[in-house]
Design a protein around this ligand. Sequence first.
Ligand code: SF4
Length: 340
Amino acid sequence: MSDRKIARALEAWFVDAAREMPWRISPRDPYWSLVSEFMLQQTQVSRVLEKFGPFVERFPSIQSLAEADEEEVLGEWSGLGYYRRARMLHACAKAVVENHGGVIPSDVESLMALPGIGRYTAGAMASMVFGDREPLVDGNVMRVLQRLHNVDQQQTDPATIKWAWERATGLVEASTNPGVLNESLMELGATVCTPKKIRCDWCPVAKMCEALKAGTTESVPPPKARAKRKELFCASVLSVDDDGRVLMEQRGSGGMWANMWQVPTIEREDRPTAVDEVGDDAELVDSFVHQTTHRIVRFDVYRCTLSELADRRYKTQSQINRLGISNAQRKVLGLVFDQD
Ligand code: SF4
């Protein structure tokens, strides 16, 4: 099948099929595109759509983001999860200001030298923002390419990854508009050539699809072999004073949820914390399971009165709303008040 034919079909389809996104403006704003690319990694578009506007309103330029405190950035990122990305975006903004005079570079090599920017994000910025003939491959693009060519290989296989980048390069070279071609591949993977409930009837490249011809669309690519996730037991303590303030502490700078804020929480890997280990007046009020990429975290939430310490302070709801708080801890706090 001809790359030129596939590229033309995808580009023509994208003109009508593209979903409206605040960062899909013409011409593209490099800063808005950068923020959206960081936010979209491993996060649903619907959640990013909620957070993108307030984030760029609070930090309207790469300079303002670079000058912000990390805590403010994490606070505005709250609810998006994967907080390492927020720190990386912050570090990236600082590097753009320090090394590039506040102007986001356009070439893949300089982009990849910035914190948090890998080959995919560099390709996305170079092609979609600056119009360079650069390929990109993410999970969506890889799935589309594998189905188009009926390549039944694990997506983690280095040979398959190399093949996908070569195919993406072939298509972008055959395109009229590299940015539109790349975005159409991603959009097709996100809305039509999805992991399940594939909508081949709506697909602009159905006539050229080898998986459709072979009847293997459901089995290509093969499901990922998942590593067993470790269990973690958390006993979180809601201690509320007479003014309705909640006792909060900040996590350390390493590991999961680094530097995020939480109610006082005891963590164990071997077993749940018993009620009498929490406190004399501890009362279990809720239990839930939270899953992360590598962990199954079992939360028990207690009500109990604890004292302030140097690193544990009572905070009002409006103070808490400005802190960086993981989704799991937002759920805990939701037992006391609504989180913005
Ligand atoms: S025809 Fe179906 S399987 Fe093939 S690329 Fe289109 S949506 Fe994907």
